[in-house]
Design a protein around this ligand. Sequence first.
Ligand SMILES: Cc1cc2nc3c(=O)[nH]c(=O)nc-3n(C[C@H](O)[C@H](O)[C@H](O)COP(=O)(O)O)c2cc1C
Length: 176
Amino acid sequence: MKIIAIVGSPRKGGNCDTLVNQFIDKVDGDVDLYYLNDLDMNYCDACLSCQKGECIKDDDLNKLTTEMLDADYLIFSTPIWFGEMSAQAKTFVDRFYQVAQNPDKSFEGMKVINIVTQANPADLFNKYADNWKILPYGHLGMEVVDTVIAKTGPSKGDKKVLAEAIEKLEKLAENI
Ligand SMILES: Cc1cc2nc3c(=O)[nH]c(=O)nc-3n(C[C@H](O)[C@H](O)[C@H](O)COP(=O)(O)O)c2cc1C
C-alpha cells in the first residue's frame, strides 16, 4: 500500500508534524512523507497546458503530484490559518488541477485522511473541512475516510494536548 503523507504546516515539531508522524508510526505501508514548506513550490498559473498534456511547472510539486497518481492513500495535514488551510496546503491542492483537467490522469479511488489543527476551541472549521469531500476530493474521485480535527490552543507538538487526535489517528492507521 502506497501512502503519501503531507505536512502542510511550516512548523517542524508542530501539531500537524506530530500528528502525521504518530499516524505513520502505526501504519503498515510504504509511506512517503513531504513537508510542503521544504519543497520548491509554485502556484498554478491557470495556463491550461495540462489540458493538452503536461503541467509546465518544473518543480517539486509537479513531481509530487505525479507520484500521487499511483498512491492508495493521501494523509493531508494543515493548520487553520485565518479560517482556511495554510497557503502551502492550498498551493499543493491547486496543482491537482493538472489531474482534473487531463483525462489521461486520475486520482480516482485514492483514499484521504485529513488532519486539521486549529488554536480555537470551538467547532468553527468542521464544515469548511467537510466541504473538501466535494472539492477538491470528490471532484477528483477521491474518497475521504475521515477528518481528524485537533484543537490545540497555543501549544506546539504537545502530545497531551493532541492525545484525542492521536488516539483517533492511531485507530485509523491500524485499520487501513
Ligand atoms: C497565520 C496564522 C493564522 C492562524 N489562524 C487561525 C485561525 O483562523 N483559527 C484558529 O483556530 N487558529 C489559527 N491559527 C493557529 C493555528 O491553526 C494552530 O496554532 C495550529 O495548531 C498550528 O498547527 P501547526 O503546529 O501544525 O502549525 C493561526 C496560526 C497562524 C500562524
